[in-house]
Design a binder for this molecule. Structure first.
Ligand SMILES: *[C@@H]1O[C@H](CO)[C@@H](O)[C@H](O)[C@H]1NC(C)=O
Ligand SMILES: *[C@@H]1O[C@H](CO)[C@@H](O)[C@H](O)[C@H]1NC(C)=O
Ligand SMILES: *[C@@H]1O[C@H](CO)[C@@H](O)[C@H](O)[C@H]1NC(C)=O
Ligand SMILES: *[C@@H]1O[C@H](CO)[C@@H](O)[C@H](O)[C@H]1NC(C)=O
Length: 352
């Protein structure tokens, strides 16, 4: 009865004591850094123990009589692979055996990254290979490598198929295609040694690599623009383009226009003009050249206004003429007082 209660308690605490083999090892699982000490305790709830011992290639404890528990203490654990076993011989003649799970780890000496290119920059659209090297880490199967761009995880790789428990050198490769949006970002790799709840979680990061992506110029606004210029006014044409390295600008102007613009710098992204015509702007950097076309037409709005004014003028003239014609033929004299609508226009008629 007592035994079952005890077994239940252990089940809650961790590893249950099996009814057929009442052995308990506390802690049941050890995660230890290479060279550090460990101390575990083997015991049994049974009072029918004849003797017990620890079977270990390393500081094992021989069969010991008249004890109810037996510790295994290793001052400095210098082995990569070991699985000590505690055994108990019962008065009945039965023997029980329980293994202790030991994970021996070693923090990597270094985590380093090979940059994508020797020149230090990438070219948009090309593929690059980056390598993350993790030196002297154990056990490999508990290692994960994460590739980061800023806070974003680009890739992760685990080595859980690795069986070697002693330190190894590992590497993870990241293939990436350069995009203009990546310029200015930071890429790094991190090695995580995941040792579970019983051990520390060790994270080692590489230095971060500053990404530079070279790309050809691209205009901020459309490649063809139609612009209307109000007569007598000035307007600024905007040829601004993005690109890495920063693009240079050159405006192609006719001789006449060149004269007009001789005080302006033709290597600026904007050009202020006061004449209609066609203006071309060429932007270029080491990655390419692009041309933008501006068609500048004279403002039609001014002509429309003028036409409207002339129209109103002519209409008024016609009205006055007609009015004058009728009044004169009816009365034989000029009379502005006859028609009320004409009375409203004395100044206009005076102006004519
Ligand atoms: C080992 O376990 C026994 C029984 O649970 C306990 O009485 C004893 O104090 C423990 N010894 C050590 C060194 O933890
Ligand atoms: C890991 O690399 C280092 C340096 O290159 C080398 O000295 C060491 O022997 C390597 N270790 C293994 C386990 O291959
Ligand atoms: C590209 O990134 C670098 C930093 O790596 C920055 O100095 C540069 O201004 C960026 N260029 C463009 C065009 O975004
Ligand atoms: C280490 O990795 C192995 C294989 O993935 C896993 O079974 C084990 O639980 C891990 N060890 C720890 C202490 O987490």
């Amino acid at each position: 009865m007592l035994f079952f209660i005890f077994a239940g308690l252990i089940a809650c605490a961790g590893k249950p004591v099996s009814a057929s083999c009442p052995i308990e090892i506390i802690p049941p699982r050890v995660v230890v850094r290479y060279g550090d000490p460990i101390s575990v305790n083997c015991s049994s709830p049974s009072n029918q123990i004849e003797g017990m011992g620890w079977e270990s290639p390393y500081e094992g404890v021989p069969l010991t009589q008249g004890v109810s528990f037996l510790p295994l203490q290793i001052k400095s654990l210098k082995a990569w692979e070991l699985e000590p076993k505690c055994y108990i011989n019962f008065n009945s003649g039965d023997q029980c055996l329980e293994s202790l799970s030991v994970t021996v780890y070693r923090k990597a000496d270094s985590v380093s990254m090979t940059p994508p290119s020797k020149t230090g920059h990438m070219v948009e659209g090309k593929n690059y290979r980056m390598q993350c090297d993790i030196a002297n880490v154990a056990p490999a199967r508990n290692l994960s490598v994460y590739w980061f761009k800023g806070n974003e995880i680009l890739r992760n790789e685990s080595f859980d198929k690795e069986s070697n428990l002693s330190p190894v050198n590992l590497s993870s490769v990241l293939n990436l295609t350069a995009h203009r949006g990546d310029n200015g970002s930071h890429i790094r790799c991190e090695a995580w040694l995941n040792l579970g709840p019983a051990g520390p979680n060790l994270v080692l990061r590489s230095k971060s690599h500053d990404v530079t992506v070279l790309y050809p110029p691209a205009f901020v606004k459309p490649e063809k623009e139609n612009v209307t210029l109000i007569a007598g006014g000035r307007i600024s044409l905007n040829c601004t383009a993005t690109g890495n390295p920063m693009p240079s600008y050159s405006w192609q102007l006719s001789h006449v226009i060149q004269e007009e613009n001789k005080n302006q710098d033709e290597n600026q992204p904007t050009l202020t003009i006061s004449y209609p015509g066609t203006y071309n702007c060429t932007v270029s950097n080491t990655q390419g050249t692009k041309t933008k076309y501006f068609t500048v037409t004279g403002a039609e709005r001014n002509y429309t206004t003028l036409a409207a004014m002339i129209g109103v003028f002519l209409t008024l003239a016609a009205l006055l003429f007609l009015g004058g014609y009728f009044f004169v033929t009816q009365d034989g004299t000029f009379s502005f007082c006859k028609g009320s609508y004409i009375r409203g226009q004395p100044t206009s008629s005076g102006a004519i």
